[in-house]
Design a protein around this ligand. Structure first.
Ligand SMILES: [Zn+2]
Length: 439
């Protein structure tokens, strides 16, 4: 299939070029440049007047659920949320039911996803202390491994015996170890801390845990990636080790753009792990993002059924994928972030960290994972517009611009005019280092 996009503004080599065309030969980008007309051989011709064509975002922290958790989300609703949010590839977390922690479970999850996904998906696994299992998981195609450090804590301290086996194992494999570097906090405790303006206690724990695991890991060559870092001091501590070890970190859109006033306003809907912090903390995170101290931006899309968000002990997390690109592009429009920063932190860098080949840039021979963005169109966030199974959002009421009005995944249009047109199966399972086939 040859698909020609005409009259677009094209984001290429860190700048926007007016009056361009781009030719897709499914699934790859075949050609692009200034549009002088004279295109003869194509099957479909699409007009993108007034829109900017960007590389699709790569969200490196997403919980797609499905299987026994499909009442919360499934591969189809999760990846539909992604493509409406300008995201063409996601990395799925392993705390599923069944957990993604054995070769059988990983294969089962990959197989189930294949016919349902509208975006590309890389699968992470929980690592084993047994190297041969980690090796097998890598061979099957685990894109990374993830540990939840609270599972390795005894009396408030990290139990190093299992962690050193994991670090030693992953040193021999070209896979990142993702780290959830926070303790679990109950909603009632979080509210108390927020009301007393005492969130610094949680920040101290985040920083100390980061420093502990960095100390343990320095003897090993494993590549580390810190998930949803929510406090500036932890970012500083992690960045101090750069240059000595291969380490990277992410922040979420909600820690950048929201604070605990949202928690006070929306209650348990806005409960998330790690919890939202103060306005000044969010401002500092924003500054750190602009200064280059943050490697990537993610959503930590984590939907639950609405009944699980209610009661005395609501679950942390919410669905955010559908608003990834618009929340960030709204900051670009306001002049608070540069387009280059947003593109780098959501496409080029995640592709680099997770060794995702031929995605994350507009280049000939790369997969045609693309988004047509309309900066004139506005979107008012309402829970009813979510295509996720979780019909609630901490961004309720926000007016956003920079709307992904068309999304292409592997050269196939899956979102047209902010409406899902993909059926599932357009996305591919991402295997690190995987090369596109010749077409
Ligand atoms: Zn998460």
């Amino acid at each position: 299939m040859r698909l020609l996009i005409r009259n677009c503004k094209l984001y290429v080599n860190d700048r926007i070029v007016e009056n361009c065309f781009l030719l897709i030969e499914t699934p790859l980008i075949a050609d692009f440049g200034i549009d002088h007309g004279g295109h003869s051989s194509y099957d479909i011709n699409l007009n993108a007047r007034g829109r900017i064509l960007l590389p699709g975002m790569i969200d490196a922290h997403v919980h797609l659920r499905d299987q026994l958790l499909s009442y919360k989300e499934d591969f189809k609703t999760g990846t539909a949320s992604a493509v409406l949010g300008g995201v063409t590839s996601v990395i799925d977390m392993p705390n599923n039911d069944p957990p993604t922690n054995t070769p059988t479970n990983l294969l089962e999850r990959m197989e189930l996803a294949k016919s349902k996904i509208l975006a590309n998906v890389g699968f992470t696994c929980k690592p084993s202390v047994n190297h041969s299992i980690n090796l097998e998981l890598s061979k099957i195609g685990a894109i990374a491994f993830k540990v939840f450090l609270y599972e390795y804590m005894v009396d408030g301290f990290l139990d190093t015996s299992s962690l050193v086996k994991i670090l030693s194992s992953l040193s021999k494999l070209d896979r990142v170890l993702m780290l959830h570097c926070n303790i679990k906090s109950k909603f009632s405790e979080v509210l108390k801390l927020a009301r007393r303006r005492s969130m610094f206690k949680l920040c101290r724990i985040e920083k100390e845990l980061a420093e502990s695991i960095l100390r343990i890991a320095q003897a090993y060559k494993a590549r580390l990636h810190f998930c949803h870092v929510s406090c500036p001091k932890a970012i500083e501590a992690i960045n101090k080790r750069k240059g000595f070890m291969e380490v990277s970190l992410e922040v979420t859109i909600h820690h950048l753009l929201l604070n605990y006033s949202t928690l006070e306003l929306l209650g348990s809907i806005a409960h998330v792990d790690p919890p939202l912090k103060s306005k000044s903390t969010a401002t500092s995170l924003f500054k750190l993002l602009k200064s280059g101290a943050v490697d990537i931006v993610v959503t930590d899309h984590a939907p639950h059924a609405i009944f699980e968000k209610e009661g005395d002990d609501p679950k942390p997390g919410f669905p955010n994928l559908q608003f990834m690109m618009p929340t960030l592009m709204t900051q670009v429009k306001k002049g608070r972030l540069s387009l280059n920063t947003v593109v780098e932190k959501t496409t080029i860098k995640p592709a680099e960290i997770f060794r995702i080949k031929k995605r994350g840039m507009i280049r000939k021979g790369y997969y045609a994972d693309l988004v047509e963005v309309d900066f004139k169109r506005k979107l008012k966030v309402k829970s009813q517009i979510l295509v996720s199974k979780g019909k609630y959002t901490p961004f309720e009421g926000a007016i956003l611009v920079g709307i992904p009005v068309r999304t292409y995944v592997n050269g196939i249009c899956v979102n047209d005019d902010y409406t899902i047109v993909g059926r599932g199966g357009e996305g591919k399972v991402i295997i690190p280092g995987d090369e596109p086939h010749e077409c």
